[in-house]
Ligand binder design. Sequence first.
Ligand SMILES: *[C@@H]1O[C@H](CO)[C@@H](O)[C@H](O)[C@H]1NC(C)=O
Ligand SMILES: *[C@@H]1O[C@H](CO)[C@@H](O)[C@H](O)[C@H]1NC(C)=O
Ligand SMILES: *[C@@H]1O[C@H](CO)[C@@H](O)[C@H](O)[C@H]1NC(C)=O
Ligand SMILES: *[C@@H]1O[C@H](CO)[C@@H](O)[C@H](O)[C@H]1NC(C)=O
Ligand SMILES: *[C@@H]1O[C@H](CO)[C@@H](O)[C@H](O)[C@H]1NC(C)=O
Ligand SMILES: *[C@@H]1O[C@H](CO)[C@@H](O)[C@H](O)[C@H]1NC(C)=O
Length: 513
Amino acid sequence: MGTSSNFYVVFLTIVVLATTTFATYFPRPTHQNQFVLKQSKKPQKPYKSHYFPQQLDHFTFTPESSKIFYQKYLVNDTYWEKKAPIFVYTGNEGSIEWFADNTGLMFDIAPKFKALLVFIEHRYYGESLPFGKNSYKSAKSLGYLNSQQALADFAVLIRSLKQNLSSEESPVVVFGGSYGGNGVMTRSLSVSPAVLAAWFRMKYPHITIGALASSAPILQFDEITPWSAFYDAVSQDFKEASLNCYEVIKGSWVELEAMKSQKGGLAELSRIFRSCKVLQSADSARDWLWTAFVYTPMVNYPTEANFMMPLPAYPVEEMCKIIDDFPPGATKLVRAFAAASLYYNYTGTEKCFDIENGTDDHGSDDGWGWQACTELIMPMTCSNESMFTPSTFDYKGVTEYCVKKYGVMPRPHWITTEFGGERIYHVLKRSGSNIIFSNGMQDPWSRGSVLKNISSSIVALVTEKGAHHLDFRSATKDDPKWLIEQRRQEVEIIQGWIDEYNADLRCKGGKTE
Ligand SMILES: *[C@@H]1O[C@H](CO)[C@@H](O)[C@H](O)[C@H]1NC(C)=O
Ligand SMILES: *[C@@H]1O[C@H](CO)[C@@H](O)[C@H](O)[C@H]1NC(C)=O
Ligand SMILES: *[C@@H]1O[C@H](CO)[C@@H](O)[C@H](O)[C@H]1NC(C)=O
Ligand SMILES: *[C@@H]1O[C@H](CO)[C@@H](O)[C@H](O)[C@H]1NC(C)=O
Ligand SMILES: *[C@@H]1O[C@H](CO)[C@@H](O)[C@H](O)[C@H]1NC(C)=O
Ligand SMILES: *[C@@H]1O[C@H](CO)[C@@H](O)[C@H](O)[C@H]1NC(C)=O
C-alpha cells in the first residue's frame, strides 16, 4: 500500500471518528427549511424551536465581526417553574434535533428537578449556518467555526434566555454526549457535545454550576492518550466476545487486499459483498467493512437501539455469533462480510448493498472536516495487536490534505493549550469542580476520557458494559441494573450541586448586596 492510501485510511478514520464523535452524520442543512415546515405540523416533537440572533465573532472587535446569524435552540418548559434549574444540552457536530431525540435522560429527569430543558445547536451545523449555503465555501467563511466561539455562543445565549425569563438566579447544568460532551455519536456519533460540556464548565464556571459529560474524549489530543488506544479498544470488544471472531476479522483484510491483484477479483468481491453495482475499487469494500466494525462497538448497547443504525442488544456479540457459527470452509472475508451485514441489514430489508455509497460521506465537506483540519486533531493509529491493518499517524499527509482542501495548517497543540489535558488529575483537582465524566468501557472513545476520580466533585462514573453515551438514552424497561445505578448516581450528584447552590444563595449574610 502506498503512503497516500495509508494516509487516506487514517485521515478518513479521523474524519469519520470525529464525525462520529462530533456527530457529522446528521441530516444535511439543505433539508432544513423543509424540516422546519414539517416540524410545525408535527406536534409530537417534545420541544419548540427558537432562533437566537447570535454574534458571528465574539473575540474580534471589527465592524464585520458584529454580523448576526440565527442560532437554533429547542426548549421544553412543561416541567419548569421559575427559579428552578435550567438543563442545557451543548450541541455538537450535527442537527440539534438528532441530539435532543437521543437524549431521553434529560426528559426523564426534568420532572424531578422541575427543570427547563434547552438544547442549543452548535454553530455551522444543522440550521445554524452563519453564511447560509456558503458557510463551508472557504477558509474565510469557515474561520468562525471553532470550539471557543461555540462555547461563547452558549454563554451569550444562556444569559439572554435567563434575562428574558427573569430567572437569572436559576442554576444551569450543562449536558453533553460526545464532542458536545466531547462525546461521540454515530452518523453523528458525536464526540463533541460531551467535550464541550466539560470545557464549558471549566471556562464558564459563572454560567453553569456543573456538567455531565458522557463519553467525552477530552484526552484524545496531542500525546496524552496512546494513539493506538481507540482501535485497540475496538479490537478488545471483539476479542472479549470471541477470540476466533477477532482473528477472523483481523485476517479478512489481507484476503481482501489479495483480491485486488486477482483476475476478476472485483467481480468476485462484488458478488461476495452482494453489491448493487459492480465495484469500481476494492477500497470501498474495505471502508464498508471498517465502518461496521468501528461503529458497532460504540453502540454496543445492552438493549435493542437505533442510534446510528437499527441494531440488536449487544451487537458485537451478535456479529461474533455469526462468525463463530459459520459453516466450515468459508473464507475469513466471507465470514467478516456476513458479520458486517448485521450492521447494514438488521431490519432484513436490504435487497443488495450500496457499498460505494454505503459508508456515507461523513461530512467531509461540512464543518467537521474543517474542525478536524484545524483544532480538533486526534491522532490515531492501528497497532499490530489491533484487528485492523497496522498504520501510523501520517501528520505530514494530514497537513498536506488540509492545506490543499482548506488552505490551512492544523494546530495540533492548540486544544491542550486552550483547555489543558496534560496531567489533568493534578491540574483539575485544584482548578475545577462539579463535573461528571461518565463512560462505558465498550465504547472505544472511553479510552480518551477521564476514567478515574479527580476530586470529590470531579467524578468518573464508569461501567464495564456501557457504550457511547448510553446513560443519555431514555430509560427502558429492559435496562440492566448497573445502568439504572449509573443514572441514579448522576441524578444524586446533580441534586447535590443544586442544593449547594441554593444554600449559598440563601445565605446572603456576609454579602454586600
Ligand atoms: C416536554 O416533554 C414531555 C416529555 O417528552 C412532553 O410530554 C411534553 O409535551 C413536552 N412539552 C413541550 C412543550 O413540547
Ligand atoms: C431575549 O429577548 C430578546 C428581545 O426580544 C431577543 O432578541 C432574544 O432573542 C431573546 N433571547 C433568547 C435566548 O431567545
Ligand atoms: C437482508 O436480510 C434479509 C433477511 O434476513 C435477507 O433475506 C437479505 O438477503 C439480506 N440482504 C442482503 C443484501 O444480504
Ligand atoms: C449515491 O447515492 C446518491 C443518493 O442517495 C445517488 O444520487 C448517487 O448516484 C449514488 N452514487 C453512487 C456511486 O451510487
Ligand atoms: C509491528 O509490526 C511491524 C512489522 O511486522 C514491526 O516492524 C513493528 O516493530 C511492530 N510493532 C510493534 C509495536 O510490535
Ligand atoms: C468515583 O467516586 C464515586 C463516589 O463519589 C464512586 O461511586 C465511583 O465509583 C468512583 N469512580 C471510580 C472510577 O472509581
